[in-house]
Write a protein that binds this ligand. Structure first.
Ligand code: DX5
Ligand code: ZN
Length: 214
């Protein structure tokens, strides 16, 4: 399984120490949550912070854009060091164009679904996406509880990917812990974002190792 610790739960007064721990760990990606205060009721951080992180992170940056009109910033996020760019289905009017543009910039293109957005809407876009990120909480905050309906959504998405013979990963984000990650993985999820269940533990590297051992 692919594990992407979410920096949103890190110690913002000492980000370098937490990024160093992630670098030394068996985590696969570093998940970066960008919020604009419009698409979600919270504001996180933007380009200057990402550019600084890129200089110290050995792990690929899995960037989750919780912003309106993400198309306006695709090349800026490439410049800032994004490797995977997740845009919300709900924020894109011309999703096919947006995903093509992300790929043209040399990044992996991922579509994110809010908990209320059905998987069936991906029918005609799944072959253009490198990954689908299923939100298992309403985006905007760390440490919320996992929405159980996500199990159904992972099963439906796996079925769609197999039926379309698409080359697309399934990532799940929000309220992830060892228990639900194991179940989601059995249903077909490939990648997991985890914030609180990694950074709120006394030993970050050990928490990551436990996930990777699932
Ligand atoms: C929520 C963010 C998540 C968040 C996950 O809007 O997209 O990436 O950091 O945090 P946990 O794992 O604590 O739910
Ligand atoms: Zn996220």
């Amino acid at each position: 399984m692919i594990l992407a610790p979410s920096l949103l739960s890190a110690n913002f007064a000492d980000l370098k120490s937490d990024v160093d721990l992630i670098n030394e760990s068996s985590a696969d990606w570093l998940h970066i949550d960008v919020m604009d205060g419009v698409f979600v009721p919270n504001i996180s951080f933007g380009f200057p912070v990402m550019e600084a992180l890129k200089k110290i992170s050995y792990k690929p940056l899995d960037v989750h854009l919780m912003i309106v009109e993400p198309d306006r910033y695709i090349s800026r996020f490439k410049e800032a060091g994004a490797n995977i760019l997740n845009v919300h289905y709900e924020a894109c009017t011309h999703l096919n164009r947006t995903l093509n543009q992300i790929r043209k910039e040399g990044m992996k293109a991922a579509v994110t679904l809010n908990p209320h957005t059905p998987v069936v809407l991906l029918e005609d876009i799944i072959s253009d996406a490198d990954m689908v990120l299923l939100m298992s909480v309403n985006p905007g905050f760390a440490a919320q509880s996992f929405i159980e309906n996500t199990y159904n959504k992972v099963s439906q998405l796996k079925e769609l990917i197999l039926r379309k013979n698409a080359n697309c990963l399934i990532e799940v984000d929000g309220g992830i812990n060892l228990e639900n990650a194991k179940k989601l993985s059995a249903l077909g999820a490939d990648a997991f974002v985890a914030g609180n269940s990694i950074f709120a533990t006394p030993d970050i590297k050990a928490a990551i190792a436990e996930f990777k051992a699932l």
